[in-house]
Design a protein around this ligand. Structure first.
Ligand code: ADP
Ligand code: MG
Ligand code: MG
Length: 910
């Protein structure tokens, strides 16, 4: 017996058995569309009878050089007999003809990428039968011409324009504006002309035998799996190429049988806001494709309620049933034929990030899904959307209706942007930086020489390239919205214009790109920033908190940042960088004075003046974080960063010398000489502090050892501030963090100063405050000797930026500006290690660090404060390493909370 290739819609159980029970595999076998049609039959939703030819048949057909596998033809015929029985009609019958559709559908939805043929079974004979059945001549000849047209364009690849020309001529001749106004006779004439077009392009007559039609259409659907559109789409979306498409063959139902017939596409929830309200469009007296094609103005689904109350009620009930059954919002297609309701398709509906969050939360409240499922249904990337500008959904809708959606490409970097077209990097940079214009850089593709233009632009659009093209990598790297691989886009670099679908845009004209969807538009679309304090998001995140094991802390230098972090759910401050506080205008001169002097008393004086500033900063932080840990890092960067630039100093010195030459009086000369002397002094100091590799030079704890008074001042500020707020009843938990430790002896030497100073301060204030001393682990050696270090450190914080630089032996700035992009394009590295934690190298060192550290101090608090702490994949690694917390930028806290919950849930469900 040959293999079972064909499953009737009522044979879903058999399909399930064959694939071993998993619904995912049923979808693999019958395609998403076919599997759901069967499932709907099972749960009692009215579906026109039919059957599905499996993806296995498609794959066998394609693998054998396009021949039907053994038994397929017979099984199709047998299933067709069955459909004839249940409908009481006969395929190819002159009196009572059965008409069918041949629908494509793979495991994953590939909207519009493959083919579907409707009205199969019509020919010059059966047309009469249909006429007898319906008595509607216009409808019948309209259906017939549709079949010839679809067969021509889908099966035989005749160009659409050929058919459109005939239609336009027919409308002109009849003196009407729309196809709907054409009469039966018009359609008869059109059909004759369509057949001629068919003959011209297919080199054969239109197949009149319904069985020929069925075979050819089935083959066409099989072949459409390897059509260029479909292959490109799969490349872009990462759908495997070996899945194949199923073919669902189904009894035609007609929404165009008069005013008690209609067709519609609807969502069971609002896809934009997530509101629990049916949303959709319908057309009375029309067929399915008419709604999608947008050739007629559709009605809001709510109007259907008034127009066909009984059918609408049925629809509402089935919509609810489907939503309950699939436990998710559904996107459905249905048709009403003479008052009778038929469901033609259901699938999980696409939705915006805001809708995804609201639907997940409300479905928990309705008891449809668990909190855990809701949390897993929203991705950290969707939460990220709440942070970036998006196009207003109404603006998108309006643009689409106006035909201003120009094309769809590969969505490689999310976010929305509008700007004027610039076709060269230099021009993009000039317009953006010198003229303050919003620029979208448009290129066939980009190369490293273009990066300056890309950086200056708001968004990037290319006609070529894929997910790993230069443009895609750079755009993601720098968070610029981008679309690549828009094959319909033509760029004329000589005429300085672009064209798409026959529309031309000159360089300098406005366009808008939606990097989230990969769509781009003519003109300037309105943007909005979704509300991060959206109540549904807040609820979802509070559930995420129930599941996660990782703490989520924030990097914050100022009380305002801390406040924001707290609002977003931060449980502590994982990194307060004290040097940022040094750069403020009032303070910088004091810092410079401290650095420039060699005289201890002068240095002490400068430090004494700095002390109150630092103390006040910390007081503010403690007050905000009342009761929560605040990790304060002692000074980290090389001193040169605080001093004027060497080149500028030399220029100023030269200018002073010129002034001296022209000086008129002795007083003036003396004054200038003093200034020259001072500048020279600074210059000498800058020169003496110059390092070839400042990143690897005198910085971090090395600097603190070099200037011990600085450590003492910072510790005094930290502890004094804690004593002061303690008296107000605020609970301060300072954790003093030493950066860039290499050797345990560095810690020992710092601890001595630290503990002594802290004791002294507490005595002065007559109050004890708790404090901890710990270190950053950001050098490979420190991770390797973490057990020795843990003897002196009460906590670790992994600084994964420096750790990545030193583990890889590359400087981030240099690498990102040059070879990293190439490495990713060539697949040498799959990710930028500064964006996504390198599990095998850096991650392994972290594992050693945690393990060795906790071998000495079992309850050692280990966190991460590098940029990786805001990246979902890296957070997953941190969870696996059993870190105590991740500390991210305040705005990334919501992402981190969700990502940490996902990590914990995946771990649990493993
Ligand atoms: P797509 O995957 O592109 O949506 P479909 O297979 O769903 O393709 O079919 C395209 C259009 O034809 C849809 O509007 C659908 O509702 C309609 N259609 C498909 N099969 C039938 C049928 N048996 N009766 C009536 N309309 C149909
Ligand atoms: Mg469909
Ligand atoms: Mg560092």
């Amino acid at each position: 017996m040959s293999k079972k290739w064909v499953y009737r819609f009522d044979e879903v159980k058999q399909a399930e058995e064959y694939v071993g029970g998993e619904w995912e595999n049923v979808r693999g076998l019958l395609g998403g569309k076919g599997a759901n049609l069967s499932e709907m039959v099972l749960i009692g939703v009215p579906v026109p009878p039919g059957f599905t030819v499996s993806t296995e048949a498609c794959n066998a057909y394609l693998a054998s050089g396009e021949t039907f596998p053994e038994g397929l033809r017979e099984q199709i015929l047998e299933a067709l007999r069955n459909v004839e029985e249940s409908t009481g009609r006969k395929f190819g019958d002159k009196k009572n003809p059965l008409l069918i559709s041949c629908r494509s559908g793979g495991k994953f939805s590939m909207p519009g990428m493959m083919d579907t043929v409707l009205d199969i079974g019509l020919n010059d004979e059966t047309v009469k039968g249909l006429l007898e059945m319906t008595g509607d001549e216009r409808f019948v000849y309209d259906s017939y011409r549709r079949l010839v047209q679809m067969f021509g364009s889908v099966v035989m690849r005749a160009p659409d324009e050929a058919f459109e020309e005939v239609l336009t001529a027919a409308r002109l001749k009849a003196g009407v504006e729309t196809d709907a106004e054409l009469t039966a006779d018009d359609w008869k004439n059109v059909t004759v002309k369509f057949k001629a077009i068919f003959r011209r392009y297919a080199n054969r007559d239109f197949p009149t035998d319904p069985y020929d039609q069925l075979n050819l259409a089935t083959e066409a659907v099989f072949k459409s799996w390897n059509g260029k559109r479909a292959v490109d789409y799969r490349n872009a979306t990462g759908i495997p190429h070996d899945l194949g498409t199923a073919v669902s063959i189904q009894t035609m139902v007609f929404g165009n049988m008069g005013n008690d017939s209609a067709t519609s596409i609807a969502l069971t929830h609002n896809g934009t806001t997530g509101e629990n309200r049916i949303e959709g469009d319908y057309l009375t007296n029309a067929q399915g494709e008419d709604v999608v094609a947008g050739i007629r103005l559709t009605n809001e689904i709510s109007k259907l309620k008034a127009e066909m109350p009984a059918a609408y009620k049925e629809f509402e009930q089935y919509a609810q049933e489907l939503e309950k059954h699939y436990r998710d919002m559904q996107d459905v297609e249905f048709t009403i034929e003479k008052g009778k309701f038929w469901m033609l398709q259901t699938r999980d509906g696409k939705r915006t990030a805001q809708a995804a969050v609201r639907i997940a939360v409300e479905m928990v409240e309705e008891g449809l899904i668990s909190r855990e499922e809701a949390v897993l249904r929203v991705s950290p990337e969707q939460v990220d959307v709440f942070l970036h500008p998006q196009f207003d959904q109404n603006a998108i809708k309006a643009a689409k209706t106006a035909g201003d959606m120009l094309a769809k490409g590969i969505n490689v970097s999310p976010g929305a942007a509008f700007g004027v077209i610039a076709l060269e990097a230099d021009l993009a940079q000039k317009w953006a930086n010198e003229e303050g214009k919003n620029v979208i850089m448009v290129r066939p593709e980009t190369k490293p020489d273009d990066v300056h233009g890309m950086l200056a632009s708001k968004g990037i659009l290319t006609s070529r390239g894929g997910r790993t093209s230069h443009a895609a990598l750079v755009a993601r790297q720098f968070g610029k919205p981008a679309i690549v691989g828009v094959s319909e886009l033509e760029i004329d670099l000589i005429k300085r214009e672009i064209s798409v679908k026959g529309r031309v845009f000159k360089e300098g004209e406005w366009i808008s790109i939606d990097g989230t969807e990969g769509e781009f538009y003519a003109g300037k679309l309105e943007t909005i920033v979704p509300d991060i304090k959206d109540p549904y998001l807040m609820t979802l995140l509070s559930w995420a908190d129930e599941f996660r094991r990782l703490g989520v802390w924030a990097n914050a230098d100022y009380p305002v940042d801390a406040k924001r972090a707290l609002e977003y759910g931060a449980e502590g401050i994982g990194l307060c960088r004290t040097e940022h506080m040094f750069f403020e205008t009032e303070r910088l001169p004091l810092v410079q004075k401290m650095i420039l002097t060699d005289i201890p008393s002068e240095r002490r004086e400068a430090l004494d003046e700095l002390l109150p500033f630092q103390r006040d900063d910390f007081i503010g932080l403690y007050r905000v974080m009342d009761g929560k840990s605040v990790i304060i890092r002692l000074i980290d960067p090389p001193l040169n960063e605080f001093l004027p630039n060497q080149v500028n100093l030399m220029r100023e010195l030269t200018e002073l010398k010129f002034l001296l030459r022209d000086a008129g009086t002795l007083d003036e000369m003396n004054e200038l000489l003093d200034k020259i002397e001072e500048k020279r002094h600074i210059l000498r100091r800058v020169e003496s502090l110059h390092e070839s590799n400042p990143m690897l030079g005198l910085r971090g704890v090395r600097l603190a050892i070099h200037i011990p008074e600085l450590t003492a001042m910072q510790v005094r500020a930290i502890i004094e501030a804690a004593c002061i707020v303690a008296k107000e009843g605020v609970e301060a938990h300072p954790e003093i963090m030493i950066p860039l430790t290499i050797h345990v002896n560095e810690l020992k030497s710092q601890r001595d100063i630290l503990d002594v100073e802290a004791e002294k301060v507490m005595k002065e204030h007559g109050i004890e405050v708790p404090y901890k001393l710990g270190t950053m682990i950001e050098l490979p050696r420190a991770a390797l000797v973490a057990d020795q270090i843990a003897e002196y450190a009460e906590f670790f914080s992994f600084g994964t930026n420096d750790l990545t630089q030193t583990v890889f032996g590359i400087s981030r700035d240099d690498a990102e500006a040059s070879f990293l992009i190439k490495y990713m394009a060539q697949g040498i590295l799959t990710e930028n290690p500064f964006a996504v934690l390198d599990r095998d190298g850096v991650g392994e060192l972290m594992r050693i660090g945690v393990q060795k550290g906790r071998s000495v101090r079992p309850d050692l608090e280990c966190g991460i404060c590098g940029e990786h702490a805001g990246n979902p994949e890296s957070i997953h690694i941190c969870h696996e390493l059993n870190l105590s917390y991740v500390s991210s930028a305040p705005f990334q806290i919501p992402i981190a909370r969700l990502a940490a919950a996902h990590a914990a849930l995946r771990d649990k469900n493993k």
